[in-house]
Design a protein around this ligand. Sequence first.
Ligand code: NDP
Length: 390
Amino acid sequence: MRKVSIFGATGSIGQNTVDLISRAPTEYDVVALTGGANISQLAEDARNTGAQIAVTAYESRLQDLKDALSGSGVEAAAGQAALVEAASRPVDWVMSAIVGSAGLAPGIETLKQGATLALANKETLVCAGPLVLEMAKAHNAQILPVDSEHSAVFQALVGEDIRSVDRVVITASGGAFRDWPIEDLPRATVEQASKHPNWDMGQRITIDSASMFNKALEIIETKEFFDVSPNQIEVVIHPESIVHALVGFQDGALMAHLGVPDMRHAIGYALNWPNRRELPIQKLDLAALGQLRFIAPDEARYPALRLAREVMESGGLSGAVFNAAKERALDLFIQRRIGFLEMTDVVSSVLDRFDGAKGHIDAALTLDNVLQTDHLARHWVDEAVLKRAG
Ligand code: NDP
C-alpha cells in the first residue's frame, strides 16, 4: 500500500484528491489529512479514509476537531507546527493543496523526507522556487505539477530535451470579466468575481482568475518549474479551457494538451505517475465542441501579467512579496475594503516599495527570509490601503 497525505484536504483540490483515493481504498494508506475551518469535512474524511492524524490549521479549533473525531482512533492536532509535524511523517506521496503561502513550510518539510510532492500550491514555487527545487534535489524528492497548465506542459515534455523547447504557451480562460467593458471593472463585486466561466475551484483562485493574478503566479511557476526564460513563456486567452498548455519546439512543432476542465485529470496523473490509469473523467468529444478560440490577452485589462514579468526580472524575494501582497489585497477585496482594480494598484505599489528598500533587507532566499518578507509585504498592503483611504 502507498502511504499518502493530503494537505488542504477540505478544499477544492483536496476533495478531488480524497475522491480519487477513496475509489481505491486497498491501494492507499492515508497518514495525514489537513484542513482549516471546515472541521466537519476534515473529520468525516479522516474517519472514512482511516487517516492516522487530522490537523486543522487553527489552534482555536482543536477541541472541535477532537470532538468530531471522538471514538474514531484518529489523532487530532492543530496549528502551524502541527502541520509541519504531520508533513514530517514518512509517506510516499503528498498532495500540497493548502491555499496561499501557508503551504510552503509543510511542502518543504515533505521534500526533506524525500517524498513525492504533488504540487497544487503554486505559491510554493512563486515564493521560493530556487530554494524548493534545491531542497528536492538534496533529498532526492520528486515534485510533480498539479496546476492543470503545468501538468499539461510536464506531459508534453515527456521524452523531450528541455533544450529543444522554443516556447511554452499557457492558456487562460480570461475569468469572470473577460467580456466586460473595462470601464465597468472598478465596480466588479466579490460575488461576480467568484463565478468562474469553466472551472469549479476555491473562491480565492476563482477571483485570482478574474484578475489574472492566478495566471501571473502561473507564469512565475512555469519559469521556476521548467527552467525556461521569461521571454519563452506566452499566455493566450482560450475561452473554452480545453487546451491547457502547449509546448513549442525548435522545429516549429507545437504539442498541445487537451482535456475537459476537471482537476481530477492533473491530480490523477500526479497520483499514478509515471503510469497512466483510467480516471472517472468525461472523455472529450471534439466534434461536439466544434471550435476552439485563442485570443491575445490585453495587458490593459490584465495588468497582473505585467507585474509577473517585473517580478521574474527582479528575482530573489520579489516572488514572495508579490504573492503575499496579492494574498492580502485579495483578503481586503473579499472583505469589501478595496475595489477589484485596486488589488493590482496596491500590489504594484508594494513591489515598488520593496524595490526601494532592497539594500536594507537580507535578500538571501531562505525559508525564514521568505516568511518574514511575506509578513512585511502584507503589512505594507495595509499601510498602502490606509494611505489611499486617508
Ligand atoms: P480551497 O480554498 O478550496 O482550499 C484550500 C485548503 O487550504 C482548504 O483545505 C483550507 O481549509 C486550507 N487552508 C486555508 N487556509 C489555510 C491556512 N492558513 N493554513 C493551512 N490550511 C489552510 O483552495 P483550492 O483547492 O482551490 O486551491 C488550493 C491550492 O491549489 C491553491 O494554491 C490553488 O492556487 C491551487 N490550485 C487550485 C486549483 C483548483 O481547481 N481549485 C487548480 C490549480 C491550482 P478549510 O477549507 O477547511 O478552511
